[in-house]
Design a protein around this ligand. Structure first.
Ligand SMILES: [Zn+2]
Length: 344
């Protein structure tokens, strides 16, 4: 595959031009916004499932793009009107690997296409409202398996999934996201870099078939105070593992709040001078009840600190962040120039 001779999509050039001028805004968390609706099993099933299964569906947030599209569209729209330029599709778990837990592994085409269309509708409505273009990022999560670690402590050589299983599952997801109208592909919450490499490979296979290269955003997650990903990499090692894909952005999301994420974002910003840097932390660390309670003002103040140090090109929020967080972050980073990028 001649990866970089493929023509870039029109949205790619538009986004890159915008990124020179200002810090681009991502949206906030879909998962915790859905949880706040306290939907029951009947609400999750809605008018009916996209395929037959007896498994309970409560908690299968991605299904709501099909069964409660108005709920998902409203969340996207609220984030767009709060200041997000880029809306992430409700597809974090929409691979056949992750959907197997819910018996919906044959419905991944429908899940991803529906989710991209719902986000697109919200993006277009927001643009009609205020004249500002919004973009849809097809969100690709880590799945429920790790390719580089064994889930069995007594058998360290065992793997519950292979690179090719992941490549095929991610390819299916990414093709459907593109069919549904995604402008970018966002591989996020990466805790195992080998999974991410399978997703990157699948994305380029899908771009080659599509005949156009979409912007690829890559976002890892540092899960604890050691400052490493679950598969053991420092932020710099993580960057060098994915650098070959020449991503539109590299960065971190989830796991830690903004304050604890800062040194890791600074490390990536130093290691990747040629690429945009993106950070979207959780609303602080979870409290004793597993809830995120950092105020919009506090999260925004931390991220304004990142921006004032010249670390940011793109920013948003992960778990626990609401439209109020996104509005506060957008206001707080607006006075600051985007981080300088070389040779983009
Ligand atoms: Zn998160």
């Amino acid at each position: 595959m001649k990866l970089f001779t493929l023509p870039r999509s029109a949205a790619f050039d538009t986004l890159q031009n915008e990124a020179h001028k200002r810090i681009l805004m991502l949206d906030g968390a879909m998962g915790t916004m859905i949880q706040a609706q306290k939907l029951d099993e009947d609400a999750f099933i809605g008018a009916g499932l996209p395929c037959d299964t007896d498994k309970p569906q409560r908690g299968n947030n991605d299904l709501l793009s099909i069964t409660q599209p108005d709920v998902i569209e409203r969340i996207h729209f609220d984030f767009a009107m709060a200041g997000a330029d880029i809306l992430e599709t409700n597809t974090f778990s929409s691979t056949r690997i992750a959907q197997k837990d819910y018996g919906l592994e044959t419905a991944v085409d429908a899940l991803n296409e529906a989710a991209a269309r719902v986000a697109r509708r919200a993006a277009d409505r927001a643009e009609a409202e205020d004249g500002r273009r919004r973009f849809v990022a097809g969100a690709v999560g880590p799945t429920t398996r790790t390719a580089s670690l064994s889930p069995d402590v007594s058998n360290p050589g065992y793997r519950a999934v292979t690179f090719d299983d992941l490549r095929i599952a991610y390819g299916e997801q990414i093709r459907a996201l593109i069919r549904g109208g995604a402008d970018l592909i966002l591989i996020e919450t990466i805790f195992d870099t080998l999974n991410a490499k399978a997703a990157i490979f699948a994305a380029f296979e899908a771009f080659a078939e599509h005949g156009t290269r979409l912007p690829l955003m890559i976002s890892g997650t540092i899960t604890d105070a050691s400052g490493r990903t679950l598969s053991g990499q420092t932020p710099t090692a993580f960057w060098y593992s994915v650098r070959h894909s020449r991503p539109f952005s590299i960065g971190l999301n989830c796991a830690l709040g903004a304050e604890a994420m800062r040194p890791h974002v600074a490390e990536i910003a130093g290691a990747a001078p040629e690429t945009l840097v993106c950070a979207y932390p959780n609303a602080g660390l979870p409290n004793a009840f597993g809830e995120y309670d950092e105020s919009p003002e506090k999260t925004a103040a931390h991220l304004a600190g990142f921006a004032s140090e010249g670390l940011l090109n793109m920013v948003g929020g992960c778990c626990g962040t609401t439209p109020e967080h996104i509005r506060a972050i957008a206001d707080a980073v607006a006075p600051f120039a985007p981080r300088e990028v070389k040779n983009v």
